[in-house]
Design a protein. Sequence first.
Length: 225
Amino acid sequence: MTKYLVSPSILSGDFADMGSSVKAIERWGGDLVHCDVMDGVYVKNLTFGMPMIAALRKVTTLPLDVHLMITEPERYVEEFVKAGADIVTFHVEASKDPLKTLRKIRSLGCKGGIVFNPDIPFEGYEYLADESDMILVMSVYAGKGGQSFIPETLDKVRAIRNYLTQKGLNVPIEIDGGVNEQNAAACREAGVTVLVAGSSVYKSDDPARTIRILQGLNGSSGQES
Ligand code: DX5
Ligand code: ZN
């Protein structure tokens, strides 16, 4: 049976107390910590960089899932790995040479993955799949939390999952943006195995229950639903 992982996005956490926001993910039963790095160039917003990752590394043993929304990510991947990232993903078209960037991340002993914004097709980037530890499909345009899920992006998930199956590759597909209790099952059915969720977890009345539902477990008992 597939185990579905939930990676709550700390973009919806408390920026004045990020340590507690990450400890909360552990308590709630989250699997990864999704860290959204924005540079004000690839996307309009600015969030945080390596110092935040290094600080969080000290307070949690959960894997740090670092989503780089930055231009020319190759300039910084080594520093993010050194800061303690467990997974570094970057937007394919933001990198001058995505294959080289992936290889650089992985050569440093870190998992490397590629990200597709809604308007960036997987076609043309298939050659990256067998050197990726993660393929992240954006279900909103990267740049801010709290946006509405774009259902058409699940077609891309299905196409990528089909491609991976045909090639005999078992790469996790992550989805990010507007994921909630209502659309999580459709994501899992399309082939997603890692669900990022910011607002739906942090704004939930019962975040532990929300995480179990996103994981595909029965919200109250932890049984498969
Ligand atoms: C969007 C970020 C997401 C975002 C998710 O640019 O990559 O990780 O924080 O937040 P929600 O779940 O609120 O859409
Ligand atoms: Zn993200």
